[in-house]
Design a protein around this ligand. Structure first.
Ligand SMILES: [Zn+2]
Length: 172
């Protein structure tokens, strides 16, 4: 499995959901008649940074700023997945999943989780560092997360990406 950045226009995804219907797959990921999202591998990032992202359906564009690019290239080296949902940064390695509020200052993920009642031993190697979280938080301020979906699925993670959001809706 290779690491990939997945970008998508939420507006067009919603439109497709309304007009064509949708389901969720076993990973809890949204299944549409066709995908409105686009995947980028590591060797495609330079081109993305130069040309920016354009929704293939409505033509709206998402400018990939230097701060976003710094965050993206950093996350490509990591062994966890990152998905931005509303005001939360969802982090998972397939085994362990948690969400960090976009605006919350984090000194240590271990400390943040222990305050939520999650005690972890020897898990540091799977957790983002304070710097990782800061880079993500800085990058998020550069674009409208209600308009664009942004996810990095790591090829180095324990397990493939599983969407917590999809799984919640799956049970309804
Ligand atoms: Zn669009």
């Amino acid at each position: 499995m290779f690491t990939r950045l997945i970008l998508g226009c939420r507006h067009c995804e919603e439109q497709l959901k309304t007009t064509k219907g949708y389901s969720y797959n076993t990973n809890g990921d949204l299944q549409l008649p066709f995908s409105t999202r686009t995947e980028f591998k590591e060797d495609e990032l330079t081109e993305l940074f130069t040309n920016h992202y354009h929704c293939p359906f409505c033509g709206e564009s998402l400018e990939i700023t230097p701060r976003m690019m710094k965050c993206i290239t950093n996350l490509f080296q990591k062994n966890f997945h990152v998905d931005i949902q509303n005001d939360f940064i969802q982090i998972t390695n397939g085994e362990l999943s948690f969400a960090v509020p976009v605006e919350k200052e984090i000194n240590s993920i271990k400390e943040f989780l222990s305050k939520s009642g999650v005690q972890l031993e020897n898990a540091e190697q799977y957790l983002p560092t304070k710097d990782d979280i800061e880079l993500i938080q800085i990058a998020i301020r550069e674009f409208d997360t209600s308009k664009w979906s942004f996810r990095i699925e790591s090829g180095k993670a324990h397990e493939p990406f599983v969407s917590a959001t999809g799984l919640w809706f799956n049970g309804i």
